[in-house]
Unconditional design. Structure first.
Length: 206
């Protein structure tokens, strides 16, 4: 008999990785001045904001990665709402950074903000150690897209790399491109089949 915790299923999701830029440099500076609790408080406040938006937008706050989260959305026809939310996350982070962090830093941090990677597709989901886990290509691609934003971009903050596969699922593409600057780019995605010259879209969330 297969235990419930060992059962698997295939689900289709929109996967969003986000990462706080320069988090290592910021934390190292705060540690030197014994202000590291300010970083902890910022992360707690940012998580509280994400939780407050969960029921409205219907996403899953899947996993904390140390300097960002993985968010899971159900597939949808309207994508503008997601991009507006990601812009709001960026704004919320910057307001917390100004209030809790900026005034105590002793070094100049040149890149402040959040970067995002997004893809859609099916993954295997199962429960391990009482935590729901996801395994599959779109999860990996979203993570690699987030990590590739800084390639050939000196100001990667508050931008998203989006797979063309995901963007094509949105029926409101014209609304998205009217509100945000969207352009095609080629990026190298490490350890992804076909990732040597991966064509995707960059969205500037400001």
């Amino acid at each position: 008999m297969t235990r419930k915790s060992e059962q698997t299923e295939v689900v289709k999701k929109i996967f969003v990785f986000f990462d706080i830029c320069s988090s290592t440099s910021i934390l190292e500076d705060l540690v030197r001045t014994e202000n590291q609790t300010r970083w902890r408080d910022l992360l707690i406040d940012l998580k509280a904001y994400l939780r407050s938006e969960q029921s409205l937008l219907g996403f899953e706050l899947y996993k904390f990665l140390g300097d960002g989260w993985i968010l899971l959305f159900e597939p949808r026809r309207e994508g503008l709402e997601i991009f507006q939310f990601l812009e709001a996350v960026s704004d919320k982070f910057f307001s917390l950074y100004k209030r809790r962090i900026r005034n105590v830093l002793t070094t100049r941090i040149s890149v402040i903000g959040i970067t995002f990677g997004m893809d859609i597709g099916s993954c295997i989901t199962f429960v391990m150690n009482e935590q729901r886990e996801y395994v599959g290509r779109p999860l990996n691609v979203a993570g690699r897209l987030q990590g590739a934003i800084a390639q050939r971009d000196k100001d990667p903050q508050n931008k998203a790399l989006v797979s063309k596969n995901l963007f094509a699922t949105f029926a409101d593409q014209r609304k998205i491109t009217r509100k945000y600057t969207v352009w095609s780019v080629n990026r190298t995605l490490k350890n992804i089949s076909g990732g040597e010259h991966y064509r995707c879209l960059k969205v500037e969330l400001s």
